[in-house]
Design a protein around this ligand. Structure first.
Ligand code: ZN
Ligand code: ZN
Length: 345
C-alpha cells in the first residue's frame, strides 16, 4: 500500500531538494528538483494536473523524468517514492547533541543567495528560514573583492536592499523578518570591502578573511585587529579559514594571536562566529575554548549557500554546548529587537 501525501507537487520537490542539501548531496542532484519546482510555480493546479494526466510533464522546460514522477504522484495524492527515500536517508537528526541549545536559537546571521555564490534565490532562502521557525535570517552575500563568489558591488547591494524590503512586504504578518546584511571581506590592510555608507544601512555585518590566509602571524593579527576596530563590525566570520573536510579539500587554520583578537572582540563588542558548516568547524575547539574564557560573545551561523543548509545550526550548537558556552552569550538566542539593538552599536 502506498502512503498518501497532501503537500502538493511544488512542496514535494522543494522538500526533496531541502533534504538532499541538508544531507550534503551533490548540488547537481538537487538542481533538477529545484528547477522543476520553479517550472511549476507559474502554472495553475489544473494545468499541472492536466499535464500529469496527459503524460506531458517532461515537455515543461526544467522538468525531467524523475521530477515528473514526483509531480505525478503528488498530484494523485500518493507519497512520491523519491521523497520517501530522501526522508529515510536525510530526514533524521544531524547530530547526537546540541538540540537543547538549537531550540533556543531564534535565527541565523550568515547566509548566501544566488546574488553571490549561493545556489538559490533570496525568497527561497527566506521561505525556508521561515519554515524552520526562525524569527530572522540575515542575508549576507559577499562583497565586491570576492570576484569568484560574484561579490556584490555597492550598486548591486543597494539594489538587493530594495529586494529584501519587497520580500519582507510579501511575507508581512508571518512573524519572520529577512534582515539586511553582508559578509564583507577583510582587506589585506584590515579595512572592510564596502563603503561605510552602505555598511551603515545594513542590520548586521559579518566580516571575514578570504584571501592571503597564509600570511605570517603578525600580519594576520594586525589585519584582523584593524577590522575588529571598525565601528560597524558585528561578527568575525570563520576566524581561521580552515577546511577540515569536503569537496574543496582541506586547508590548515591561518595563524594569528588568538588571545589578542578575541580580547579585541570583547572590547569592541564583536561576536565570534561559530561556523556550523561541517567542512569548516571554525573556530577549532582550542580557540573556541579560549574565546569562551576571554569572555567573547558568539554567533552560531550556518553560512548556508543552499536552503537545506539553513538546518546546519545544530552542528554549531552541538559544539557550543560541548564547550559549555552559556546561551545568553550567543547573540542569536536573542530576540530580534535585542539583536538589532546590539548590532546597531
Ligand atoms: Zn566566508
Ligand atoms: Zn559565507
Amino acid at each position: 500500500m502506498t502512503d498518501s501525501y497532501d503537500g502538493g507537487p511544488v512542496g514535494a520537490l522543494r522538500r526533496i531538494a531541502f533534504l538532499l542539501e541538508r544531507g550534503r548531496e551533490d548540488t547537481y542532484k538537487v538542481k533538477a528538483f529545484r528547477g522543476a519546482a520553479a517550472a511549476l510555480l507559474p502554472l495553475s493546479d489544473d494545468d499541472v494536473r492536466r499535464a500529469a494526466a496527459e503524460g506531458t510533464l517532461t515537455d515543461l522546460p526544467g522538468v525531467g523524468a524523475s521530477s515528473a514522477k514526483v509531480i505525478a504522484d503528488a498530484v494523485a495524492g500518493r507519497m512520491p517514492e523519491r521523497l520517501a527515500k530522501a526522508e529515510r536517508e536525510h530526514g533524521g537528526p544531524l547530530t547526537a547533541g546540541g538540540h537543547d541549545l538549537r531550540a533556543l536559537l531564534k535565527g541565523d546571521l550568515h547566509s548566501h543567495s544566488d546574488w553571490s555564490d549561493g545556489g538559490s534565490p533570496i525568497e527561497e532562502m527566506a521561505f525556508t528560514a521561515m519554515e524552520l521557525g526562525h524569527e530572522y535570517q540575515v542575508l549576507t552575500d559577499h562583497s565586491p573583492r570576492l570576484k569568484v563568489a560574484r561579490g556584490l558591488s555597492a550598486e548591486r547591494l543597494a539594489r538587493q536592499l530594495d529586494v529584501v524590503d519587497a520580500v519582507n512586504d510579501h511575507l508581512a504578518g508571518g512573524g519572520f523578518t529577512l534582515l539586511k546584511g553582508i559578509e564583507v571581506d577583510i582587506n589585506e590592510d584590515g579595512t572592510l570591502d564596502q563603503t561605510d555608507e552602505l555598511l551603515a544601512r545594513l542590520d548586521v555585518r559579518v566580516a571575514s578573511v578570504h584571501s592571503k590566509l597564509r600570511s605570517d602571524r603578525a600580519t594576520m593579527t594586525r589585519r584582523m585587529l584593524a577590522a575588529i576596530e571598525h565601528p560597524l563590525m558585528n561578527v568575525l566570520g570563520h576566524c581561521t579559514g580552515r577546511l577540515v573536510t569536503g569537496g574543496r579539500g582541506t586547508r590548515p587554520p591561518s595563524d594569528f594571536d588568538a588571545r589578542a583578537v578575541f580580547e579585541a572582540c570583547v572590547e569592541h563588542d564583536v561576536a565570534v562566529e561559530i561556523n556550523s558548516r561541517p567542512e569548516r568547524r571554525d573556530p577549532p575547539t582550542k580557540l573556541l575554548q579560549l574565546a569562551r574564557d576571554v569572555g567573547c560573545l558568539f554567533s552560531i551561523d550556518t553560512d548556508a549557500h543552499a536552503p537545506g543548509q539553513l538546518d546546519f545550526l545544530v552542528y554549531g550548537a552541538e559544539r557550543a554546548e560541548e564547550a559549555g558556552i552559556e546561551p545568553d552569550r550567543i547573540v542569536n538566542t536573542w530576540p530580534k529587537e535585542r539583536l538589532l539593538g546590539w548590532a546597531s552599536k
